[in-house]
Design a protein around this ligand. Structure first.
Ligand code: HEC
Length: 182
């Protein structure tokens, strides 16, 4: 997005020949800052799962960009451009500290996010990571509940997803959702 706006801004000045040059000026470097939370993701993205987590007393909300779901095919790697967002909410607690339940037996969320994790794949990403870390073309990033970047480490994101879900394109619930729904 930012990259294409940059190229567009140069277009009238330098002409179309400037586009490859502009892209070459911003080579991919591995790291979490490649991922940004797009404006309006909470309303535009597809919330494909919501899970109560009793150990952590949180509700986990799984979102994906709708274009990725449209392009995804069972048994295939997830499409380039897939952005999966995992946004956690605190469960409302009774005075004794246990989560309160609604009429369906589900946790009741407190408003706002407590933390947000994201994984995104784009063509060409992942180059530069060693085999003990690389998750195909995926990057991982952490954000605070207000959507600002959280600079905490992302090493464990790579190692855990690599060890447990390499056969499912390093994804969990979204992979399963695609297998079940398409
Ligand atoms: C110890 C293992 C482990 C670590 C570390 C880990 N994850 Fe995960 N991740 C999981 C599991 C298991 C799930 C499935 C959801 C669940 O069980 O809560 C998941 C799900 C996800 C999803 C949703 C994937 C989908 O297909 O729907 C995203 C996004 C994600 N993790 C990002 C991250 C990020 C970012 C980090 C690092 C800050 C991270 N994860 C660290 C195990 C891990």
């Amino acid at each position: 997005m930012r990259r294409s706006l940059f190229a567009l801004a140069l277009l009238p000045v330098l002409g179309a020949a400037a586009i490859p040059f502009a892209l070459a000026q911003r080579p991919y470097t591995p790291g979490p800052e490649n991922i940004t939370l797009p404006q309006g993701w909470e309303t535009r993205f597809l919330r494909f799962a919501t899970l109560d987590n009793p150990q952590r007393k949180i509700i986990r909300n799984f979102y994906v960009n709708p274009e990725a779901f449209a392009a995804a095919r069972p048994g295939q790697p997830l499409p380039g451009g897939t952005l999966i967002i995992l946004a956690d909410q605190k469960a409302r607690l009774a005075p004794d500290g246990t989560p309160l339940l609604d009429q369906q037996g589900r946790f009741i969320p407190e408003p706002g996010w407590v933390q947000i994790g994201a994984q995104e794949r784009q063509p060409g990403w992942g180059v530069g990571y060693g085999p003990e870390k690389r998750n195909g073309e995926w990057e991982y990033a952490r954000f605070n509940g207000d959507g600002s970047r959280n600079n905490g480490p992302v090493e464990a994101c790579f190692t855990c997803h690599l060890q447990t879900r390499a056969q499912q394109d390093f994804a969990f619930n979204f992979w399963d959702y695609v297998q079940a729904r398409k």
